[in-house]
Design a protein around this ligand. Sequence first.
Ligand code: TYD
Length: 409
Amino acid sequence: MRKNNICRVTGYPLTEIINFGSQPLGNGFVSSANPEEEYFFPMVAGFAEDSMMFQLINQPEPKKMFHENYAFFSSTSMHMRNHFKTFADHVIDSGYMSEADPFVVELGCNDGIMLKHFSEKGIRHLGVEPSLNVAKEANKVGVKTISEFFSEDLADEVARNHGQADIFFAANVMCHIPDILGVAKGIKKLLKPSGVVMFEDPYLGDIIKKTSYDQLYDEHVFLFSALSVQYLFGTQDMELIDLHPQSTHGGSMRYTLAHKGAYEANDSVAQIIETELKQGLDRQEIFQVFKKNVETSRENLVELLTKLKAEGKRVVGYAATSKSTTILNYCNIGPDLIEYICDTTPIKQGTFSPGMHIPIVPHKMFADNPPDYAVLFAWNHAEEIMAKEQSYMQNGGKWILHVPEVRVL
Ligand code: TYD
């Protein structure tokens, strides 16, 4: 565990912003309501004005989080399956791929949800996925995947074995990597002179606006803005050439970067950077406002759940997301306030939520015996979920949302 409040990119001191207390792993589901051992770490977020990086000060060892039992399978959401098909089409049609024998690399390809669209077209590809169980799923669907952590050394090895890449992409992965500078160095080496890197992650501008502090958990060591991404890759003589806001994960950004001078930047880059400067994402003050909003959100959620319990209402959680781990532990919400959390992921069912030990049950339990209220922990999938839960709502079932503010729907 690191001891100093040091920016992971520059090595200079950063300012502590929010202390979330002791937190378990976001995906650290446990097999008993009274586990003998459970891992916790001090979760504190800080901001570095030099690099403009909002980041966790401490983070568990990556091997504790991404391993042979990683519980997150990207293909469980229909919306995400559609999203990755569109992202793949965008990459294929982007004009950045050479005509003769292009080669693409995806970092954190999970179960192959995106790369399979390349393998189906016979495009040379390689997935780099540290979690062995999901990497095996990717290989099963025909996606060539190695189970490794990406680093400068691995970039050299991939370039030696396969040649340099036309496109390097990643979705919801870059923000997981503590040695992000090492990854940027690896990307710089792996890309052809005409190559580009495209990646998307939850977007700091949206998180600040929506007080969606649940995007901070052990795996999300950084929450990026265009300013911080520009800074990071600037150290490697690379630059942003395109920015494309996305609706996934409650608001994400797709960043496209290339070697300096290789392409002209699209207008979106100057526009979004200007908006971020207006929002104040380059300065500490906005993060102090965020901290106050997070505290208010916690007070309002606990007050609402306590009131519903006093009225004898049944309240459950809907979707055992990693995000919910931060909310439940930071707000100290346990099985006394939330009876169970239903989730469609088979390996989560029958377990207990990290830290607060709320039972995780199959969706059938929610369908067969609907509660009065359900806290929508997968608020980022609200449209998809509300569309399929029409009968819950028609029978008087209500939703509790905490983003952008705590409210009942
Ligand atoms: P996601 O927001 O991607 O989670 P995370 O915070 O971990 O990134 O949501 C995925 C989780 O939500 C996964 O455990 C499956 C669950 N889920 C349901 O149970 N039902 C649903 O209809 C959807 C869309 C997700």
